[in-house]
Design a protein around this ligand. Structure first.
Ligand SMILES: Nc1ncnc2c1ncn2[C@@H]1O[C@H](COP(=O)(O)OP(=O)(O)OP(=O)(O)O)[C@@H](O)[C@H]1O
Ligand SMILES: [Mg+2]
Length: 438
């Protein structure tokens, strides 16, 4: 069920309940007031009769000479008076009736609901000839009920008008609310389908405006992440291509030429006058050179020692190499031996992160000291590389910091780059620890 239908049904049911309660109250009030009115009319009529007969002594009560004394009764309301004299036809008359404006009778159900069983009052008068004339006073509240019906109708119509206004107001509010909801929904669907450039408009309702702002911020963050991912992917592909070019050049320049030279020397040894020991020395020299080239190429591609010697030794080798190359930079490494069992797939990421951090220190920090600390705490690997250089912001142009963050996050870890101007940069990476071969 849609929100609009749900609200409409709820309002309709509430209004129905209000109408039913209001209607029942109106009928009950009408019933009370009609009963009261009728009772006071009957009391008034009885007082009038008593007063009227008090003026006429019993001896002069004959024929119809006493009738004028009770004619004032006609002024009373809602009564039906019957005068019954022995051996005579009963005289009946109605008292005053207020004529209903529309002259229409209320519906029977309303009359039945409002009317109660009114007692017929009886007043006996002694006549001069010793007979008794009886006056019956009966309630006839039809006009009073008509009046109550008119009031109840007005009450119902005013409630109905109020209901219409409430319905209209609620629908108007819901219309604008649902428009906002639909707009947010369509925005979220676009984000879901990969369109991160959408921006929702501002809404007048504060809560929806806050949601729209959050959606906008989310899509902006996704857009930025997508763009940096794309840039990183492009950069990775470029690096891959450059590495392939370098390898192909090295293979061509070093291997190709060396192999050609070895082949030429081998051909020379076939000739009878060749100085074989000298040629053999040359071949050995070329082979040694080739072995160096191959080792360096393999190291660039992947630190083989990681699998053979473990993370600690490979990192020590890396740090030592940097120490040899940068003698004015003091490097300290603190390695927790508990990391030796770290999964090789995670270890290579740790190695690359330390490598990139050290490269950055050398390239950007102008530092005199750098410390590399690797620890294992509560099933987490902590890598901290801190220098005392100039500090700097991880600008958007480089890819090293971005790649380190990607590495950490792809493993379910965290990456923090902290820089204090003039005091250096600290990179803290936290990775989940997993045992090798687990
Ligand atoms: N240790 C550091 N000290 C000072 N500035 C640093 C340090 N590390 C990083 N930065 C700053 O952060 C920026 C981004 O570093 P990042 O490694 O992402 O890129 P890069 O080193 O410039 O290029 P590359 O993509 O080759 O790594 C650097 O350009 C530098 O300004
Ligand atoms: Mg870098």
């Amino acid at each position: 069920m849609s929100l609009r239908s749900l609200i409409n049904v709820r309002i309709f049911l509430s209004v129905l309940l209000i109408l039913l309660l209001g209607g029942a109250t109106a009928v009950w009030q009408a019933r009370q007031s009609v009963a009261k009115e009728v009772q006071s009319s009957i009391n008034l009529a009885l007082q009038m009769i008593e007063f009227g007969f008090a003026q006429v002594p019993v001896s002069s009560r004959s024929g119809s000479n006493w009738l004028p004394q009770i004619s004032a009764l006609k002024q009373a309301r809602h009564l039906q008076i019957s005068i019954v004299e022995p051996n005579k036809k009963a005289v009946e008359f109605m008292t005053q009736r207020v004529v209903n404006e529309s002259n229409t009778l209320p519906p029977t159900w309303f009359i039945n609901a409002v009317k109660t069983n009114y007692f017929t009052e009886k007043y006996e008068v002694s006549m001069a000839d010793g007979t008794i004339t009886t006056i019956f006073i009966k309630a006839d509240p039809l006009d009073e009920i008509s009046e109550a019906w008119g009031e109840s109708k007005a009450f119902f119509w005013s409630i109905a008008a109020m209901v219409c206004v409430i319905f209209l107001a609620v629908n108007l509010v819901f219309h604008s609310m649902l428009r906002a909801v639909n707009s947010i929904l369509s925005g979220l669907r676009q984000v879901e389908s990969g369109r991160y450039d959408i921006q929702l408009p501002h809404f007048n309702i504060r809560e929806f405006d806050a949601i729209a702002e959050e959606v906008n911020e989310m899509s902006l963050a996704l857009n930025t992440a997508e763009q940096s991912n794309q840039a990183l992917a492009r950069h990775t592909m470029k690096i891959q291509e450059t590495e392939r070019q370098t390898m192909s050049r090295e293979l061509h320049d070093e291997m190709g030429q060396s192999l050609t030279a070895i082949k030429a020397m081998a051909v020379t040894t076939k000739q009878g006058n060749a100085n074989v020991p000298k040629v053999a020395d040359s071949i050995i020299e070329i082979c040694n050179h080739l072995a160096k080239v191959v080792r360096s190429m393999m190291k660039t591609l992947h630190p083989l020692s990681l699998g053979e010697l473990g993370l600690g030794a490979t990192l020590t080798e890396l740090v030592n190499e940097w120490r040899r190359r940068h003698t004015n930079l003091a490097m300290v490494m603190d390695y927790d031996a508990a990391l030796e069992g770290l999964d090789k797939d995670v270890a290579i990421h740790v190695y690359r992160i330390v490598q990139e951090c050290l490269t950055n220190v050398v390239r950007h920090a102008k530092a005199s000291e750098v410390s590399v600390v690797l620890t294992k705490q509560n099933d987490k690997v902590w890598v901290t590389v801190a220098d005392n250089g100039v500090g700097g912001q991880a600008s958007q142009h480089g890819f090293g910091v971005l790649a380190m963050r990607e590495r950490a996050e792809s493993l379910g870890g965290k990456f923090v780059f902290e820089s204090v101007e003039g005091q250096g940069v600290t990179v803290v990476v936290q990775l989940p620890y997993s045992e090798d071969g687990a």
